[in-house]
Design a protein around this ligand. Structure first.
Ligand code: ADP
Length: 285
């Protein structure tokens, strides 16, 4: 994947190249029925955890799924799926995702790093080019769903995704029950509205605690903020994913939670959350 290819090109050549790239990107995306971006107002709310487990839940429902991690500064999907030693394969403008299991493919910007501890220093325009190249070069083939895990906030990365993928179904916004996180969600909602990016819904993560001893749900933070905010802003509410200590363990040892605990209450919450995603009607259905 060559970066900064436009250096020393005339304006006309740049335009020609951009047109060619857009055609390739459109053709790749055309093979994917539904494209969904996962956003959060701030980091640490469990956006990557939610992206991974929603993607797995969709695959458990028999769908062909791709998970794309474009978190340039902190790609965490490779660690969550025990793919830290994976590197980009394929050549030129045909990069192959990792097939973790049947009909479940993963690509992460982290696969570009020699060492997972390496810091990526990429400025705005370069982020745009890097993400667009990922979108146009990764050979997903035919998929039912592409789940895109975007970095927190409303910066270059989600902007590039929203502007580059034609027919994107929309965004899922992940939050936690605490008010401070919720005020950031308003910014995410406003961001989507400004870009005409449909909002599939708000998902409240770390919402209530399932006691590992008695199985009872305890609400340790205030609850209902996500639902209240969704109602207030007129966007769908996708549900609550409890705070579950096993999610941390699964994330740390690279076993996706919903695969490791297919019958738990938390997995059930993920399954309920994909309901509206499964009901999305796309042009390609
Ligand atoms: P983000 O992508 O928003 O920065 P992560 O998905 O990396 O957040 O999650 C941050 C931390 O919170 C991780 O250690 C993860 O295992 C943990 N986590 C996320 N969701 C839950 C949950 N529902 N219950 C318990 N821990 C969670």
């Amino acid at each position: 994947m060559a970066l900064n290819q436009n250096a020393a090109l005339s304006d006309e050549e740049i335009q020609k190249r951009q047109k060619k790239e857009q055609i390739q990107l459109t053709n790749r995306m055309r093979l994917i029925k539904h494209k969904i971006v996962i956003l959060s107002g701030k980091g640490g709310v469990g956006k990557s955890t939610v992206s991974t487990n929603l993607a797995i839940a969709l695959s458990q429902a028999g769908k062909r799924v791709g998970l794309l991690d474009v978190d340039i500064h902190g790609p965490s999907i490779p660690k969550m799926l025990n793919l830290e030693s994976s590197r980009i394969t394929g050549s030129g403008d045909a990069l192959l995702p990792v097939e973790l299991f049947k009909d479940f493919k993963v690509m992460s910007i982290g696969f570009l790093l020699k060492n997972q501890e390496d810091a990526v220093i990429v400025r705005g325009p370069m982020k745009y080019h890097t993400i667009r190249q990922f979108l146009k070069d990764v050979v997903w083939g035919d998929l039912d769903y592409l789940i895109v895990d975007s970095p927190p906030g409303t910066g270059d990365e989600p902007l590039t995704i929203a502007q580059s993928i034609e027919n994107i179904d929309g965004a899922i916004i992940v939050t936690t029950p605490q008010q401070v996180a919720i005020s950031d969600v308003r910014k995410s909602i406003t961001f989507c509205r400004k870009l005409n990016l449909p909002i599939i819904g708000v998902l409240e993560n770390m919402s209530g605690f399932i006691c590992p001893h008695c199985g009872e749900q305890v609400d340790i933070f205030s609850v209902g903020g996500g639902k209240k905010l969704s109602d207030e802003m007129g966007v769908p509410f996708l549900g609550r994913i409890p705070l579950d200590p096993e999610i941390v363990v699964s994330g740390d040892n690279g076993t996706p939670y919903t695969r490791a605990f297919p019958d738990s209450a938390t997995t059930k919450a993920f399954r309920e959350a994909i309901g509206p995603i499964m009901r999305l009607a796309g042009k390609n259905d």
